[in-house]
Design a protein around this ligand. Structure first.
Ligand code: PLP
Length: 450
C-alpha cells in the first residue's frame, strides 16, 4: 500500500526548504518525492510507477526492498547495531572472507569504508605509503568520487569547480574505439596506441614519481567503455615495469553488474588494489572498501596504516553484504546477468541501433549498456555537446522525459542513455523497458541531420 497522497506536499516542502542536494543549483531543481519501491520499480505519491533502468545510481543491484537484505539488517539491528572498527565482529569478518574468496589473485584483505569515494581515497593513500611516491595517473572520462582526492582523480567536468587539486594527479586518455583519440581503425590498434600513450605519459610525468594508476575496469558514468582486448593486461605490465600500484575502481561494475564478482575477472588481470561500494549490499546501508593484495597488506604488518573511519565495517552494512553473497549464490545472479545480457539486452539493442538513425553505437556487457546518440551517423557528431546543460541539453531531456512519461526511469549522461537495471529484473520487465526506450528514440531521430 502506498502512503497517503496528501503526505506528498509535506515531503516536497521539507525537501525544498531544508535538504541541500548533490551537484545541483538548489533553486533550479524539483526532486520527485518517492513513496515506495519494490524490486525493479518505485512509485511517486501520485501512484505513477517507474521501472528503474538506472538502479538508482547504479547501486541497487538486488532491487528495492529485497526481503533477504531487509531481514539481515533487521536481525543484525536486533543483535548488535554497531561496534567500533578496532574490535572483531562476526559479520564484518564473514563479509571480508567472502570478498577475499571471489577476489582475483592474492587479494585477500579488506579495508571497509563508507562508500566509493573514500575507498579510492584510502587506496591511493596505501599506494603512496607503499611506494613512497605521490603522483597518481587517472583517465579522462572517469568518475572516482566527490571527496578531495577522488574528485581530483575524476576525469569529467565535475572536477573543474573543485580545482586546483594538490597537483599530484595527471590524466591520460583511455581507449574508446568509437571516438578513438589515437586514429585507430581496429580494437587491436586502439589497445596498442592507448598503451603507447600511457607509457609516454608515465615517462613524461616521471616514472619514479608515480605511486598509482587508477582506472575503472569498465568506465561507467562516462560511457560504459569496455576496454578492448589486451588493454588492461597492458596496464598491468606497465605498472609492473615501473613499480606503480594498479588500482581497479570497481565501485560501479563490481558485484554482478557485468556478470562477474569483479569485472577484472572477465579480463584475466589481477590489480594490486580493487575498490568497491554500491553493489556490495545494493546501498541499503552505506558501504565501500578496498580489497588489498598480500604484497601491499604486508607493508602494513609492522608499519601502522595511517587511516580510519568510525563506521569502518559497520555491522548493519556488512550484514546486508553477507546477505548479498547468499542471494547471489542461491539465485545464480551472475549467470542470470550474463544470460539476460547476451540473450535479451544485446540483440534488442542491436535491433534498436539498426532502426534508429540517432543511435551511433550500442556497447556494454551483462546488465550494463550504453546507447550513444548522434546527430549524424557519418560524422558521429554527438547528439548534444560534451557537458551540455540548459537548452543545449534539451534534446536529451526530451528523450528522458518521454521515457519517464512511459514509466521508465532512465540513466542519462551527456549524449548517452545507459541501461543498468537491477540484476533481479524480471525478463518481461526488461523487455518492456527496452520497448519504451525504442519508442522514446523516435524523438531523438527527429533531431538527426538531413
Ligand atoms: N567510482 C566510481 C566508478 C563510481 O561510479 C562512483 C559513484 O558513482 C564512485 C567511485 C564514488 O562512489 P560514492 O558516491 O559511493 O562515493
Amino acid at each position: 500500500p502506498l502512503p497517503d497522497a496528501s503526505a506528498e506536499a509535506q515531503v516536497r516542502a521539507d525537501d525544498r526548504a531544508h535538504v541541500f542536494h548533490s551537484w545541483s543549483a538548489q533553486a533550479l531543481i524539483d526532486p520527485l518525492p518517492i513513496a515506495a519501491g519494490e524490486g525493479s520499480t518505485f512509485w511517486d505519491y501520485e501512484g505513477n510507477a517507474f521501472l528503474d533502468f538506472s538502479s538508482q545510481l547504479v547501486n541497487l543491484n538486488l532491487g528495492h526492498q529485497h526481503p533477504d537484505l531487509v531481514a539481515a539488517i533487521q536481525q543484525q539491528a536486533g543483535r548488535l547495531a554497531t561496534i567500533q572498527p578496532s574490535m572483531a565482529n562476526d559479520v564484518r569478518g564473514e563479509l571480508a572472507r567472502r570478498i577475499a574468496e571471489v577476489a582475483p589473485g592474492d587479494l585477500d584483505r579488506v579495508f571497509f569504508t563508507n562508500g566509493g569515494a573514500d575507498a579510492n581515497e584510502y587506496a591511493v593513500r596505501m599506494a603512496r605509503a607503499v611506494t613512497g611516491r605521490r603522483k597518481v595517473l587517472s583517465m579522462y572520462r572517469s568518475y572516482h568520487g566527490g571527496t578531495a582526492t577522488a574528485i581530483s582523480l575524476t576525469g569529467d567536468p565535475r572536477r573543474w569547480p573543485n580545482e586546483p587539486s594538490d597537483g599530484s594527479v595527471a590524466h591520460f586518455l583511455g581507449p574508446y574505439p568509437y571516438r578513438s583519440s589515437f586514429h585507430a581503425s581496429s580494437e587491436a590498434e586502439e589497445t596498442e596506441r592507448a598503451l603507447a600513450h600511457l607509457e609516454q605519459v608515465i615517462t613524461l610525468e616521471g616514472a619514479g614519481t608515480i605511486a598509482a594508476i587508477i582506472l575503472e575496469t569498465i568506465v561507467g558514468t562516462n560511457g560504459v567503455l569496455v576496454p578492448p582486448p589486451g588493454y588492461l593486461a597492458g596496464v598491468r605490465e606497465l605498472c609492473d615495469r615501473f613499480g606503480i600500484v594498479y588500482i581497479a575502481d570497481e565501485v560501479m561494475v563490481g558485484f554482478g553488474r557485468v556478470g562477474e564478482w569483479f569485472a577484472v575477472n572477465a579480463f584475466g588481470v589481477v590489480p594490486d588494489l580493487i575498490t568497491f561500494a554500491k553493489g556490495v549490499n545494493s546501498g541499503y546501508v552505506p558501504l565501500g572498501g578496498v580489497v588489498i593484495s598480500q604484497r601491499i597488506a604486508s607493508h602494513f604488518d609492522t608499519v601502522a596504516f595511517a587511516g580510519g573511519l568510525t563506521y569502518s565495517g559497520h555491522p548493519l552494512a556488512c550484514a546486508a553484504g553477507v546477505a548479498t553473497f547468499e542471494v547471489f549464490e542461491r539465485d545464480g545472479i551472475l549467470d542470470r546477468v550474463r544470460d539476460l545480457g547476451s540473450r535479451v539486452v544485446e540483440p534488442r539493442l542491436r535491433e534498436i541501433a539498426a532502426a534508429h538513425p540517432s543511435v551511433g553505437e550500442v556497447r556494454g556487457r551483462g546488465l550494463f549498456w550504453a546507447i550513444e546518440l548522434v546527430r549524424d551517423r557519418a560524422t558521429r557528431e554527438p547528439f548534444v555537446p560534451f557537458n551540455a546543460s540548459g537548452t543545449d541539453a534539451a534534446p536529451m531531456a526530451a528523450v528522458a522525459a518521454a521515457c519517464k512519461q512511459a514509466g521508465l526511469w532512465p540513466f542519462v549522461h551527456f549524449n548517452r542513455l545507459h541501461v543498468a537495471p537491477p540484476l533481479i529484473i524480471a525478463e518481461d520487465e526488461l523487455v518492456r523497458g527496452l520497448d519504451i526506450i525504442d519508442d522514446a528514440l523516435g524523438i531523438a531521430d527527429g533531431y538527426v541531420a538531413g
